[in-house]
Design a protein around this ligand. Structure first.
Ligand SMILES: [Ca+2]
Length: 264
């Protein structure tokens, strides 16, 4: 009888332990997958060329690098942050619609929208060094310092070898559902930040899993001068040295330094 009693106690204790372990796992899972919602505070406002159809934005040592789009208006440019003055420009041939750009070492890489062609420039001279091909559309591009990370307007992010431009990996970005229309990108402290085309939202992505870890709502940050629906939020740049985050949009006359504020 005693033995049976002990067995029952052991079974009950084991069941309780398993139950507790399951609860811990469930809690961990929910903590890992519930995105943080952010609003913003504007820290500084800078002038931005209202003719720039911004498709790519980077900052390095206080200098902005910007890629613009539209056929016949696509450029790579070096821009003074404080004044918005365009210091240097490379104009793409008219058949190309420029898209995202990223700085990689001494080079700048620029995508084009539907031509399946990317360009590699010397960062200082803007001399065209190389072209490469890809099979998708080209939207945004950034780098984690080792790989290039590219969006194509779907929910996918592609990882590319920075020398051969071959795809070495791919993730689907998802919250409860896949998050489509990922546009301009920026790699910040281990996460990928992406504009979601035609929204006031930036999504924060775990690049290992594709899981969304945060949503930034930039509603109200800028009111376009006209009602052209193409003039949407696009362009994220992070100054890692000084921990400054910048955003702008297509044909916006202002560029904003912002800080993120978690709302929950
Ligand atoms: Ca960027």
């Amino acid at each position: 009888m005693k033995k049976l009693h002990l067995t029952v106690i052991v079974i009950v204790a084991t069941a309780v332990a398993i139950g507790a372990a399951v609860l811990v796992l469930l809690n961990d899972k929910s903590a890992d997958t519930t995105p943080v919602n952010y609003t913003y505070e504007v820290i500084n406002v800078y002038p931005h060329d209202p003719d720039a159809f911004t498709q790519g934005l980077n900052i390095e040592d206080g200098v902005l690098y910007e890629g613009t789009g539209l056929n016949g208006e696509s450029t790579l440019r070096r821009v003074d942050l404080e004044t918005g003055d365009v210091l240097q420009t490379y104009a793409l041939p008219e058949e190309f619609f420029g898209e995202g750009i990223t700085v990689f070492g001494s080079k700048i890489i620029q995508l084009t929208w539907q031509s399946q062609k990317g360009f590699v420039y010397d960062k200082q001279s803007f001399a065209l060094l190389e072209e490469f091909s890809y099979s998708t559309q080209g939207w945004g591009i950034t780098t984690d310092g080792t790989r290039l990370i590219m969006s194509d307007g779907t929910a996918n992010l592609y990882f590319l070898d920075p020398e051969t431009f071959e795809i070495t990996g791919q993730i689907e970005v998802h919250d409860e559902e896949p998050v489509i229309r990922l546009n301009e990108l920026e790699y910040i402290n281990g996460k990928v930040y992406a504009n979601v085309w035609q929204t006031d939202k930036i999504v924060i992505i775990n690049p290992d899993t594709g899981q969304v870890t945060g949503w930034i709502d930039l509603t109200g940050i800028y009111t376009p001068e006209n009602s052209n629906s193409n003039n949407v939020l696009n362009g994220i740049a992070y100054d890692a040295k000084n921990d400054r985050l910048f955003v702008t949009g297509k044909r916006w006359s202002q560029l904003f330094q912002i800080e993120l504020i978690a709302t929950e």
